[in-house]
Write a protein that binds this ligand. Structure first.
Ligand SMILES: [Zn+2]
Length: 233
């Protein structure tokens, strides 16, 4: 090429018009198409990064859709996206339901009832929407088909993070209160047992229905105690 410097130029010629040089170029093009060898052209780093990223996200989405766990989270995050990753533990508590909520602690037998002290089922939604103890921090949850938009908007909103933090701290204190009630009630149960053993309480200790009746009667002395005898038994 360097030797041809000054003697080579480019000019437009009519294609497929019998011009020898142009016909020869077409000939070699066809030969290359049929018999040519693969040409290794290294891809740029940016292309590879994008390509690998796409493979990972596709695989991640397939795994996410096929998973049998995280059903509640999928309502808020149906499509995986690196931009939706968050370290905010209060938002994670809420969307997963795995946090300081009576309904969750009840599943692991850390509480004897899934209910909040207000009487409602102690789920994350109760504390965010209805519980009177978290009234000042209640939020508006959209319909099911808009939960993903809600999640995205919360991710960009410090005020929502603050509300969720306050709500989770209140629900945590409620769980602590419920745990202390269990500890307070247990000695009472021992007293009831002793009364029955001594024949002071005339019910058959081995009969579950009698036992339930006695405990129900005993606990109903204090109507403010919402822990059900059914759970205690
Ligand atoms: Zn409540």
């Amino acid at each position: 090429m360097s030797q041809a410097y000054g003697s080579v130029g480019l000019s437009w010629v009519k294609a497929h018009a019998g011009i020898p040089g142009n016909e020869l170029a077409d000939h070699y093009t066809r030969v290359a198409l049929c018999e040519g060898e693969d040409l290794f052209v290294p891809a740029p780093y940016s292309y590879l990064k994008k390509y690998i990223n796409k493979l990972i996200v596709t695989d991640w989405q397939r795994h996410w859709e096929g998973s049998h766990t995280g059903i509640r989270v999928r309502e808020f995050v149906p499509t995986v996206d690196f931009k939706l990753l968050t370290h905010n533990r209060f938002l994670l508590f809420f969307v997963s339901g795995h946090g300081p909520f009576p309904s969750y602690l009840f599943r692991f037998k850390l509480l004897n009832s899934p209910n909040c002290v207000c009487g409602g089922l102690g789920t994350p939604d109760l504390f965010v929407l209805d519980c009177p103890f978290t009234l000042n921090f209640h939020m508006t949850l959209p319909a099911d088909n808009n939960k993903s938009f809600w999640f995205k908007s919360v991710l960009k909103n410090e005020g929502s993070f603050f509300r969720l933090q306050q709500i989770c701290q209140i629900s945590d204190r409620i769980c602590t209160e419920l745990k202390s009630r269990i500890l307070n009630v247990l000695p009472d149960l021992v007293i009831v047992g002793n009364l029955m053993s001594a024949g002071i309480v005339p019910f058959d200790f081995t009969d579950a229905s009698s036992m339930e009746f006695v405990l129900g009667k005993y606990l109903s002395i204090d109507n403010s105690d919402r822990i059900s005898t059914e759970v205690l038994l």
